[in-house]
Ligand binder design. Structure first.
Ligand SMILES: Cc1ncc(COP(=O)(O)O)c(C=O)c1O
Length: 470
């Protein structure tokens, strides 16, 4: 057995072999049909702090912190110990019949951080299942309240909420739906609140008015009695780090409150320090949502866990309804997983013991140093908040037009960055940066310098290939 493991370890050490094994036997997420089940993605073998080591032995800054999740950084002994200790104490318990201490303690601590009366938690396995839970809960609650027609969900173009059927139905990025079915009869999509792509000659305040008016019109047209929830990422993450216009979230929240529509803040990315706070809704944007979904950074990605913060008032209403036997028929084998919750507790210790302060302290430098890239001719806009940012490349900067050429730009930049020691997350023509929150000022400068050189190399390459005039 040991010999077999050693042999396997030896094989995996070779990055090329790892990629080949994966290509032959692994179905990777988000593949194209032409590559499905036969794709050799670059392998990573280890991580330490803000760095990962790839299959070729290169040390790379983990620009996206995995997928916006390794907030406390790689190889944290506190998190590894929590994981191991809990596995040795109680590795699993059925949440159907029993409870465990880490989930009870974690809920209490999260309640202390969440805004308003969001003092209960339903745990899930990740972000999609958290969003799914919030929506199914809204449907259940409206059934109980005797308004079974109040089920529609309003989301936004450009948003991303997950890959399960209902959560994916909310997604609004173009390629999310090209070849996929969805529960489209349940979902209404509003305009993406992206100031960079607002109509020409329209100021940001007028753009904000337009967005709010659009929601008001939808409510009037469809009827508030049919709309159950509005869901929004406070900052759209994988849609390209879209920071909405000033006042937008407060006004959308107010419209929801005025029309008895639940406001669900999808904080899968923005919570657990990415914007310098455990939850960003209240502390950064001044809103108290009716539910908050979270995942990713709650365990810094060391264990799959997500959840929904729920309001004590809403739960009390259900307890006092006329249907005490009605069942919220929803739960996951791994709801309230003791190991996930134990890791989340250790992760929360790290955040509270200085990491949130650190994230807030370095974020201005992070934003300013990336913003300086706007002097490069290929860069249309750099935007962001806290420790999340997006460098959007636009080949036709004068008309702010994304051209066909843009499709390749992110990948080209990523290739150069990897040669120089940085992993980026290319999204078509955008590079999204969301490093581990432990990143230092010097490391931010190193990251930005690599990005600058890589964009310059990409520009030279495009000119050489006669694809762009500069
Ligand atoms: C805002 C947001 N919501 C939900 C999800 C889905 O989370 P998961 O992939 O953990 O299911 C994501 C994933 O990137 C996300 O960014």
């Amino acid at each position: 057995m040991a010999a077999k493991r050693e042999e396997a370890g030896g094989v995996l050490e070779a990055g090329a072999t790892m990629a080949a094994l994966a290509r032959d036997h692994l179905v990777q997420p988000w593949p194209t049909a032409g590559e499905i089940g036969a794709e050799a993605r670059g392998g990573l073998v280890s991580g330490d702090g803000i760095y990962v080591i790839d299959g070729e032995g290169r040390k790379l800054i983990d620009g996206p912190a995995g997928m916006w999740c390794v907030n406390a950084g790689h190889r944290r002994p506190e998190l590894a110990d929590a994981l191991r200790d809990q596995a040795m104490a109680l590795s699993y318990n059925s949440p159907w019949y029993t409870t465990n201490e880490p989930s009870a303690r974690l809920s209490t601590r999260l309640a202390g951080h969440a805004p308003g009366d969001l003092d209960h938690v339903f745990y899930t396995t990740g972000g999609s299942s958290a969003v799914e839970t919030a929506l199914r809960f809204m449907h259940f609650a409206n059934n109980l309240k005797g308004r079974p027609e109040k089920k529609l969900i309003v989301s936004r173009q450009g948003g991303y909420h997950g890959s399960t059927y209902l959560s994916a139905s909310l997604n609004g990025r173009p390629r999310d739906h090209d070849w996929m079915d969805s529960a489209s009869d349940l979902v209404i999509k509003l305009t993406c609140p992206n100031p960079f792509r607002r109509p020409e000659a329209m100021g940001e305040a007028a753009f904000c008015d337009m967005l709010v008016d659009e929601f008001r019109t939808v409510i009037e047209t469809m009827g508030a009695e049919r709309i159950g929830a509005f869901i929004a990422e406070p900052i759209m993450a994988s849609g390209g780090v879209i920071v909405p216009p000033d006042g937008y979230l407060v006004r959308m929240r107010q419209l929801c409150a005025d029309n008895d529509i639940l406001f669900i803040a999808d904080e899968v990315v923005t919570a657990f320090g990415r914007l310098g706070h455990v939850f960003a809704s209240q502390d950064v944007f001044g809103i108290a949502p009716d539910m908050i979904t979270f995942a990713k950074g709650v365990t810094s990605g060391y264990f799959p866990l997500g959840g929904v913060m729920m309001s004590s008032k809403m739960l009390a209403e259900l307890r006092q309804s006329n249907h005490p036997d009605a069942m919220f028929a929803h739960g996951l084998t791994y709801s309230s997983h003791p190991i996930g919750c134990a890791v989340a507790l250790a992760n929360l210790d790290i955040l509270e013991d200085g990491l949130l302060d650190h994230a807030r302290a370095v974020s201005a430098h992070f934003q300013a140093s990336l913003k300086a890239l706007e002097d490069l001719a290929l860069v249309g806009e750099v935007r962001g908040l806290g420790l999340m940012a997006c460098v959007e490349c636009v080949a036709d900067r004068v008309h702010n037009n994304p051209l066909a050429l843009d499709l390749d730009v992110g990948k080209r930049i990523d290739r150069h960055c990897q040669e120089l020691g940085l992993l980026v997350r290319p999204l078509i023509n955008m590079c999204v940066m969301s490093p581990p929150l432990i990143i230092s000022v010097a490391q931010i400068d190193a990251m930005t310098a690599i990005l600058r050189t890589s964009i310059r190399r990409t520009m030279d390459e495009l000119v050489r290939e006669n694809l762009w005039r500069g």
